[in-house]
Ligand binder design. Structure first.
Ligand code: SAM
Length: 229
């Protein structure tokens, strides 16, 4: 079945607003409802990719709270917090670690309009000592009540909303695909439009086929894979 032009337009309009320079590094957040709520917020804000470290490299799981957002926000799993932080720094991200205890700054006082990664900690323990030492800045959301911290997905939503607000104010939220490189846009457009064909291409080690203006695949594919189009 070819992709419906309406579906293709919808995919493009969402991709046009995706940002590759705003992300999360999630350290050992394990509960499916929290991870799901976080990814759903990422989708709503326009985040392309998030990063995660799970206990014993367990595959993250989601529930209905995600509403399928895990299909639209890439989740890159890292082996260790130090490797993840190093690779994000190499990509040009500034890392803002959430830290409720020591020398942290009120999150509203910092600038998130450039490449920004918020580092989010585990439900019970927060960030590891190693993460706290490796981040560029420590931030907190002021608490005025009896309880010491927010639910992790709520805290994440507050931080991402602040970044989006600052970027909106400076006219830095993408509207027409400028939040991604041309290659990344083209690659993601194909993966979102034809996930099964994209997986098949990866297995075969071949490039994705070109797409026409209505999202049609402009190449003849083997019969078996055509069923997934
Ligand atoms: N006892 C833990 C601590 O001291 O960090 C509390 C962990 S909290 C429930 C889980 C995660 O939610 C934190 O690591 C942080 O990422 C985020 N979080 C919760 N409340 C926050 C706040 N007021 N400011 C910043 N981040 C917060």
């Amino acid at each position: 079945m070819p992709l419906l032009p309406r579906r293709f337009e919808r995919i493009k309009s969402v991709l046009n607003r995706r940002m590759s320079n705003l992300t999360l590094l999630i350290e050992e957040v394990e509960k499916p409802h929290n991870l799901s709520a976080i990814l759903r917020t990422c989708d709503a804000i326009g985040i392309l990719e998030t990063h995660i470290i799970s206990k014993q490299n367990k595959t993250p799981t989601f529930n209905n709270t995600a509403q399928g957002s895990q299909k639209w926000v890439r989740l890159k799993q890292h082996k260790s917090i130090s490797e993840a932080i190093k690779s994000l720094k190499q990509m040009g991200f500034k890392l803002y670690g959430t830290n409720l205890q020591e020398n942290a700054k009120d999150y509203r006082l910092l600038d998130y309009t450039k490449a920004t990664a918020f580092v989010i900690g585990a439900e019970k323990w927060g960030l590891s000592q190693e993460a706290k030492e490796l981040v560029d800045e420590s931030i907190y959301i002021p608490m005025r009540g009896m309880v010491q911290s927010l639910n992790v997905s709520v805290a994440t939503a507050i931080l991402l909303s602040e970044a989006l607000k600052q970027r909106d104010k400076e006219g830095k939220t993408p509207q027409s695909g400028e939040g991604l490189t041309k290659d990344l846009y083209k690659q993601t457009l194909f993966e979102w439009s034809y996930p099964e064909v994209a997986n098949w291409c990866k297995k075969e080690g071949r490039n994705y086929p070109e797409l026409g203006t209505n999202g049609e695949i402009l190449e003849s594919l083997p019969r078996t894979i055509k069923f997934h189009c």
